[in-house]
Design a protein. Structure first.
Length: 214
């Protein structure tokens, strides 16, 4: 006859853990933890840009007698800038496909093309900023310009960080090949780069298209 002390403690023994599904698991693998943590980072970035968009929408008409958006923005130049970033996102997707097929040559070529298009985007943005400042429209000229430079400049800073990340990814792939943790990092970079594309489409629509209406 068994006693209460002999009965297995459910939830503490191996068998009890299997019944409840709560025990005997240990830490999750990096293939689960890393993407989960990275998605949290991307979502936090979206929250940041949402705040910047809200600030810009509030201050867009606070020009303090200075130039407004339709007097400063050039749709043609921004269209080229947008096309470069969208093309870089497409090429980045092709690079991930090439990496999954373990094709070293095409992976590196496509990643290089992604970075080159990203540099074109940054060069146009820097040219736009310098032109605006030369025309007497620096960030401190009005609340509108402060919010514009903050929003667009923050996105540009993210693109710059992405290009640095891209360079390290190319070096790692070249040195270590298509190891699992390397391809996982490349996938995270691809998600980050596509997220920047989505944010830029919103900037292009709200700031440049709507902002150039008289």
């Amino acid at each position: 006859m068994s006693t209460a002390s002999e009965a297995p403690a459910v939830g503490l023994t191996h068998h009890g853990s299997e019944d409840t599904g709560l025990g005997n698991r240990g830490p999750q693998s990096k293939s689960i933890v890393v993407p989960y943590g990275f998605w949290l980072f991307v979502l936090s970035d979206m929250v940041l840009f949402s705040a910047l968009f809200a600030t810009y929408a509030t201050l867009v008409h606070a020009t303090d007698g200075g130039p407004a958006g339709h007097e400063l923005f050039h749709r043609g130049l921004v269209a080229v800038e947008t096309a470069a970033l969208l093309a870089s996102s497409f090429v980045c997707g092709l690079a991930v496909i090439a990496a999954k097929q373990k094709n070293m040559l095409w992976t590196q070529v496509l990643l290089f093309a992604t970075g080159l298009l990203g540099l074109v985007f940054l060069a146009i943005e820097i040219y736009e900023f310098r032109s605006m400042i030369a025309e007497g429209a620096p960030p401190q000229r009005s609340a509108f310009l402060s919010s514009f430079f903050t929003l667009v400049g923050c996105h540009g800073a993210h693109v710059t960080a992405g290009l640095l990340w891209l360079g390290t990814m190319m070096a790692q792939i070249s040195a270590k090949g298509f190891q699992q943790h390397i391809t996982r990092r490349l996938l995270c970079f691809s998600i980050f780069w596509h997220a920047l594309d989505i944010i830029w489409v919103a900037i292009f629509t709200i700031v440049y298209l709507i902002g150039t209406l008289p």
